[in-house]
Design a protein around this ligand. Sequence first.
Ligand SMILES: [Fe+2]
Length: 360
Amino acid sequence: MEIRRIRISDAEIGMLVAEDVVNGSGQLIFPAEARLTAKAISRINFHSIPFIRIYIEDEETETDTDVDELSYFEKLKDSEEYNTFNEQFTDVATTFEREMMRVLKEGGDTDSVTLSNGVKKILGSCRSGIQVFDLLHCTRNYDEVIFAHSLNVAIISAVLGGWLGFSKEDIDILIQCGIYHDIGKLAVPKEIVEKPGLLTSEEYAVMRTHTSRGYGILKDMQLDKRVKLAAMMHHERCDGSGYPLGVKENQIERLTKVIAIADVYEAMTAPRKYRKARCPFEAVKLFETSGLVLFDTKYLMTFVEHIANCYMGYRVKLNDGTIGTIVYMNKQDGTRPMIRVGNKYIDLFRNSELFITEIL
Ligand SMILES: [Fe+2]
């Protein structure tokens, strides 16, 4: 790689330093072979060091790396892990669908143990919460939306419960809350549940009944009380603007608050027949701008922070069409990371006109 001497005023975040930066008394200010950060540039400036040596990175090499990164999801889809995840997911979703159809037709109890064990098996075969999100990103292809959505919510809630430090017992119940939270939708006409686009106000009123209908379906079953409450209350919001009861923060069950976040996130980011998936960064931004009064603040902030970190190293498209790779997450704003484009770096935190529109 070519080495070039540049003025510190021309230094950019992310440049690779070729030679130790030392001050007049020989003190090391910044080491060679490390990338410049905003803090490093201001430190070098502070020591009035006018020039530094940096590597001029080969554009082609960078592009090759990018092509490699471009196939990240393709590679994941070819992997053993993906096949296992997909098979297990389809298995649990099929059992869940069959099971609920039987219960609705013949009555009786649901086999919550088999279903939650299925979800735990899916989670157990993933290396980390981050990998679960990677795999969910690729796997949303089960046809029956209610069942796929419910399992996704169960999976996301379990991961969030882990991030929040919940006990194993709470996470077990959380998984069941996710599995059954939307069960009332099976009692709402399919034309309404699967209607592409916006519902009329009459249709929306019917759709909202899925909460109390869900509670009605579950109330006499051998399930933890919190599972039944989650079906009833997962559309309640902390400021009292939710339904069906319009209750506030302290009246909403703790696990239900987790389900509410996972439910909205899943609904925003999953592709549907009638619309494209919303980019997770857009979903996180919506949470940050309008979610704070609606959801439990601590739960939401934990979720947002971890989700943003999940996408480190991903290729993303910006609103001006630029394609780059996320190389650094911003602590102040998880939705505005640093992006590498070739050998240039764009700090979205400092470029407010740019934002991520798509994860590639
Ligand atoms: Fe719902």
